[in-house]
Design a binder for this molecule. Structure first.
Ligand SMILES: [Zn+2]
Length: 60
């Protein structure tokens, strides 16, 4: 197995990464991926707003 970030030889301490830098870079990727969650929540808020508009139409 090689380091998933730079394909270098992994070290025992930072397995499967070759260094702390590479393990942190991988963590950064995961954190970037988590930024997608708030966007999904925004989509849900849009849905809720649409639902409210439907309710207003119903009242009128
Ligand atoms: Zn590496």
């Amino acid at each position: 197995m090689t380091c998933p970030i730079c394909a270098g030889a992994p070290t025992e301490k930072y397995k499967p990464f070759c260094s702390r830098r590479c393990s942190e870079e991988d963590l950064g990727k995961w954190l970037k991926g988590s930024y997608r969650i708030p966007i999904k929540e925004l989509d849900e808020n849009d849905k809720i707003e649409k639902d409210i508009k439907v309710d207003k139409t119903f009242i009128n």
